[in-house]
Design a protein around this ligand. Structure first.
Ligand code: MD3
Ligand code: FE
Length: 215
């Protein structure tokens, strides 16, 4: 009989979302402390900032990056840059444990040898959202993207290959990892406005890391 219901953290479990997309529930939970320490150090060098879209809007999500490339947007468009436009300096290096977590998750989802060179870090305060979009600024669209969710829960919107395709809602919780590749790589996706709440470690905030092979 198993009476140890409370002391042992659950093993991660997987939920296929659609062909090419696999949710690894709680896969990052044991790495929470090192991820948060890493993000804190990265943000000390390259602060979170709300970027401008080419259409002239300010994003509700604040962003920073680590790695040899970082995703940016401004009035000139979306792209990867090897330097942080705020400082003119290289982005902070990607911590080795960030890279190995992303690589192990990709392998678990059937994408061996994933070499992420960019990690975009998104910070959502309550009410922040991300409109439906495709990620297509990366050079090699056959490489997957690995995402890690921390803090408050979010409703992920999972659409189709056309912007007009109806989106399915998928809850993403603290510690969940999703690997998006193959047929899922160019699917339209977004995040519904973050609902208010209190996370024991992150308070009124959600963080999301996306690991990419950008260059
Ligand atoms: C599916 N971020 O940064 S993570 C993004 O929670 C982004 O901050 C969301 O969409 C967030 O571009 C969603 C899940 C995600 C990330 C990238 C994808 C899903 C994806 C790329 C292709 C397909
Ligand atoms: Fe995206």
């Amino acid at each position: 009989m198993n009476l140890d219901l409370f002391n042992t953290p659950p093993e991660p479990w997987t939920e296929p979302l659609s062909p090419g997309a696999l949710v690894l529930r709680q896969y990052a939970i044991a790495h929470t402390d090192s991820l948060l320490a890493g993000i804190r150090a990265i943000a000390a060098q390259a602060p979170f900032r709300r970027m401008q879209t080419p259409g002239g809007h300010t994003m509700s999500v604040a962003m920073t990056n680590c790695g040899t490339a970082g995703w940016i947007t401004d009035c000139k468009g979306y792209r990867y840059s090897s330097t942080d436009p705020l400082s003119g300096q290289a982005w902070p290096a990607m911590p080795a444990d960030f890279r190995s977590l992303a690589q192990a998750a990709a392998l678990a989802a059937g994408f061996p040898g994933f070499p992420p060179d960019a990690c975009l870090i998104n910070r959502y305060p309550v009410g922040a959202k991300m409109a439906l979009h495709q990620d297509r600024d990366e050079r090699d669209l056959t490489a997957p993207i690995v995402s890690v969710s921390l803090g408050l829960p979010a409703t992920f919107l999972w659409g189709g290959l056309q912007r007009s395709d109806k989106a399915v809602k998928v809850p993403l919780l603290h510690g969940d990892v999703v690997v998006w590749g193959g047929e899922a790589r160019l699917v339209f996706h977004g995040i519904a406005p973050l609902k208010s709440g209190q996370h024991p470690l992150l308070g009124e905030e959600r963080l999301n890391l996306t690991f990419r092979q950008a260059l």
